[in-house]
Design a protein. Structure first.
Length: 151
């Protein structure tokens, strides 16, 4: 079975405004760029900027050392436009901060549309508990790079 590539991840993708999605993007070769506080905060700045610009409403997110999970309600942008916006702006900020890796992120991204029967709060808890499951912290509250609207 072939490994998903960026173009294969786009097949069948549909963007529906008002729909909830879980989005995941990964650094190139899973390099742990976000172990650096300043690099993680640069990514977070553009998660929040996407909200302010009306592309989406962020419900929960976590910036892990080598990837980002983001639960959103899609607004005016398509999924591809939203992710292109986030990845381009955060990558530019990372380059300005001294990250010399080219490219910074893997091509493409993963998305999953939530169904009406999905428990959104449970999905958000699963997302923000990633650092706990990865063994990075013993309590979620001790990990600095996450947020959720329910907190």
């Amino acid at each position: 079975m072939p490994t998903p590539q960026g173009s294969q991840l786009r097949r069948g993708r549909y963007s529906e405004p008002g729909r909830l999605y879980v989005l995941t993007t990964v650094t190139h070769h899973r390099q742990p760029l976000f172990l650096d506080l300043h690099h993680a905060r640069a990514a977070i700045r553009f998660l929040r900027q996407a909200d302010q610009d009306g592309h989406c409403r962020s419900l929960a997110w976590v910036v892990m050392p080598d990837h980002v999970h983001w639960l959103i309600e899609l607004k005016k942008a398509s999924l591809s436009t939203l992710m292109r916006y986030f990845k381009a702006r955060s990558s530019h900020a990372l380059r300005k901060a001294g990250v010399s890796t080219v490219p910074i992120r893997q091509a493409g991204f993963h998305d999953r549309a939530l169904r009406r029967e999905d428990d959104v709060v449970m999905v958000a808890r699963y997302i923000v508990a990633n650092p706990l499951r990865a063994g990075l912290v013993e309590k979620v509250g001790r990990y600095p790079h996450w947020d959720a609207v329910w907190v």
